[in-house]
Design a protein around this ligand. Structure first.
Ligand code: NAD
Length: 263
């Protein structure tokens, strides 16, 4: 059989994607992977200058604060204008919070919910008219194992991610008949700059990292690339029948119950 000289099309050829919080960690790994699979990708971030120089050619950096509706609408319009369309929206921007229910005041509750929950509402609202025009439209939200497991000292963060899980399901129901799929990924503790910052504040960073590794049944943190692979799957036409799901990428943290030791 003669060999074709044209390479086979990449999985995401011809598709355009926006990734919020795409200048760091899971968002950056996702933006890189979507681009490698053929998509044109805009990175919407509070700090787009943080995008590493080698990525500036392949990814389009756009300044965006997901807590500001005008900023979001302007950034989405700029991204769509430059990319020419919008097929994939990855709502990934998020911030952490620590403490019990007594440790954060009202202002901090509003601040975290504003980024992690209402931020997704703002970007999706701005993107929907263009997503409706796509033949392969998908929204993927970055949720967390904190939405489904009770973790100590994470009440505010967990409440925000519980809301992300619920709004993912409700949005999936609202938009399925428009051909828009909505799913989320639930990472366990992922090795990103976020965790580096968390560890740098710990009394004993090395001991804290060992404890976080041990909490994962796989014995190690999840990598940003592993979460990105799950997001890329949910965003791709290969997942055309997948909507309203939460895909755990958590080293077994949610689903497994191991006995101590090797037994
Ligand atoms: P990260 O801190 O490395 O990256 C987050 C990015 O979001 C940064 O580039 C930051 O500038 C951007 N951002 C923050 N606030 C923003 C705003 N208001 N507007 C626009 N951009 C903003 O964090 P990460 O670990 O890659 O986390 C990404 C997502 O993954 C978050 O939603 C987080 O809740 C979730 N997550 C992380 C972990 C983990 O262990 N790292 C686990 C589960 C879920």
């Amino acid at each position: 059989m003669p060999h074709s000289t044209t390479p086979p099309p990449l999985e995401l050829d011809g598709l355009a994607a926006v990734v919020t919080g795409g200048a760091s960690g899971i968002g950056l790994a996702t933006a890189r992977l979507l681009a490698r699979r053929g998509a044109r990708v805009a990175v919407l971030d509070l700090d787009p200058d943080a995008l590493p120089a080698p990525d500036q050619g392949a990814l389009l950096p756009v300044r965006c604060d997901v807590t500001d509706d005008t900023s979001v609408r302007t950034a989405v319009a700029e991204a769509v204008g430059r990319l020419g369309a919008l097929d994939i929206l990855v709502n990934n921007a998020g911030i952490g919070a620590q403490g019990t229910v007594t440790d954060n005041d009202d202002a901090e509750w509003h601040r975290v919910l504003d980024v992690n929950v209402v931020g997704i509402v703002r970007t999706t609202r701005a993107a929907l008219p263009r997503l409706r025009e796509s033949r392969h439209s998908a929204v993927v939200n970055t949720c967390s194992v904190a939405a489904t497991a009770g973790l100590p000292q994470r009440v505010l963060y967990s409440a925000s991610k519980g809301a992300v899980l619920s709004l993912t399901l409700a949005m999936a129901a609202d938009h399925v008949r428009e051909g828009i799929r909505v799913n989320c990924v639930n990472p366990g503790t992922a090795d990103t700059p976020w965790i580096d910052r968390l560890l740098s504040r710990a009394d004993d960073p090395a001991a804290e990292r060992t404890a976080l590794n041990a909490r994962q049944p796989t014995g190690r943190l999840v990598s940003a690339e592993e979460v990105a692979a799950a997001i890329a799957y949910l965003a791709s036409p290969a997942a055309a029948s997948v909507t309203g799901t939460a895909l755990a990428v958590d080293g077994g943290m949610q689903g497994l119950r191991l006995r101590p030791g090797n037994g």
